[in-house]
Design a binder for this molecule. Structure first.
Ligand SMILES: Cc1ncc(COP(=O)(O)O)c(C=O)c1O
Length: 415
């Protein structure tokens, strides 16, 4: 693998771009700027998944799992290494939302307790707050943003009080380049003694993440986005405090042992948040993806992602009628923009015809922020380290041509 490469002509920001592209079959097919949806996986990931599935078909699912027990379990250690955690603090769950749910719905929240969240909170998380408000009478408070569009940590400090039981925020929102100040919020949560739940679905895999520096009790994420793992994979980190205090909202014979007819004992480690049944092939693939990212180095990945995204923002800013919408002082690989008079879906469709992948973020997924900014939908172009400068330039040229095209006229936004 190229990950060990140090410096040669093809190495940019410590990454051998030609090699990582050669290891990514999809690079020959599309310009993939939908890494915030699901990244193109490296061949090593898909090979591992296919090989394991083939073994299952040949010798039986349980038998294959027994034979590959170490390989399957190695995924936990790979993710722990990526996050600065210990393997027993990682639960492997089928997606980021369920991982988040296993933490959130296990928290001992009662009537009158306050939850502090952020303006760019993800829909599924906010829906859970609303449900728990309806069921248990908790209060939801949204921390204002500062002038840069990041969570205002001073405002957050002012909101703290003994009745704040949880700070729950999204690190990188689904719909833009913003990176929220997760470490500063961690310091506040520690000073207040409340629980801290971090949705790191869009940040893991594109930037260094250290749970000890962040100081969260829980961190949830997914495999398929910037980590480049298989779909249908996710995980939850739980701190020692969380492991000693928080019970999962529901359990099975893997999370707990039925010790006597009337009693059970929960596992002490993060596996208490898992299911017994899982997809072994994709779990192995997730481990391969985590090791692949670690071998390249998250610092190098982050440098390259930021540089490509900055190039894309600057190219977009030069196109007549395009407005880049990203917030925050530190900006990540997600680039959001609007095209004057053209609906984001029409932009996406026109680019797809040229084998260029982007996605559309609509208001229903980040309602508080998008309502406040008066934006019903955005184009989301998300780059990763394996994308190239040439792709960024080709993307900008294709977009400019699309916007000049008369065939877009029928897709004009209603005024
Ligand atoms: C910020 C954020 N949180 C959570 C999720 C949900 O992840 P999953 O689909 O793996 O449950 C997403 C998915 O796009 C996201 O962008």
């Amino acid at each position: 693998m190229s990950a060990g490469a140090t410096s040669n002509a093809r190495t940019v920001h410590g990454i051998d771009v030609a090699a990582v592209r050669a290891e990514t079959p999809g690079c020959a097919e599309v310009i993939h700027f939908n890494n915030a949806g699901a990244a193109l996986p490296p061949r090593a990931v898909t090979d591992a998944v296919h090989e394991y599935s083939a073994r299952e078909a040949l010798i039986g699912g349980y038998e294959a799992a027994e034979a590959a027990a170490d390989e399957i379990e190695a995924t936990r250690a790979a993710l722990a290494a990526l996050l600065g955690a210990r393997p027993h603090q990682l639960a492997l769950i089928e997606n980021a939302t369920r991982a988040w749910d296993m933490a959130f719905y296990g928290l001992p929240l009662a009537s009158g307790d306050r939850i502090l969240t952020c303006r760019s909170e993800y829909a599924s998380n906010y829906l859970a707050y609303l449900q728990v408000r309806r069921r248990r009478g908790v209060r939801i408070e949204v921390i204002p943003d500062n002038e840069f569009g990041e969570i205002d940590t001073e405002a957050a400090a002012r909101l703290l009080g003994p009745d704040v039981k949880l700070i729950s925020i999204t690190h990188v929102p689904t719909h833009g380049g913003l990176v929220n100040p997760a470490e500063a919020i961690g310091r506040l949560a520690r000073s207040a003694g409340c629980y801290y739940l971090l949705d790191a679905c869009q940040s893991v895999g594109q930037m260094p993440i250290d749970v000890a520096l962040i100081g969260c009790d829980f961190l949830s994420s997914t495999g398929r986005k910037f980590l480049r793992g298989p779909r249908g994979t996710g995980f939850l980190y739980a701190s020692e405090r969380a492991l000693s205090e928080i019970e999962p909202p529901f359990i099975d014979g893997h999370a707990a042992t039925w010790t006597a007819v009337d009693s059970y004992e929960l596992r002490r480690d993060a596996r208490r948040f898992e299911n017994w049944e899982f997809n072994c092939a994709t779990r192995i693939g997730l481990g391969v993806a985590a090791r692949y990212a670690s071998a390249l180095g998250l610092e190098a990945i982050w440098q390259r992602v930021q540089s490509l995204a900055a190039r894309l923002r600057s190219r977009l800013a030069q196109i007549e009628g395009v407005r880049v919408c990203d917030l925050g002082r530190t900006q990540c690989g997600i680039v959001s923009f609007l095209c004057r008079d053209v609906h984001p879906e029409a932009v996406k469709t026109a680019l797809a015809r040229q084998r260029i992948n982007v996605s559309v973020s609509d208001l229903a997924w980040t309602r508080i922020d998008m309502d406040a900014r008066g934006i019903p939908a955005l184009v989301r172009a998300s780059v990763h380290y394996y994308n190239s400068e040439e792709e960024v330039d080709a993307f900008a040229a294709a977009l400019a041509a699309v916007l000049r095209s008369p065939s877009l006229n029928e897709k004009l936004l209603p005024h």
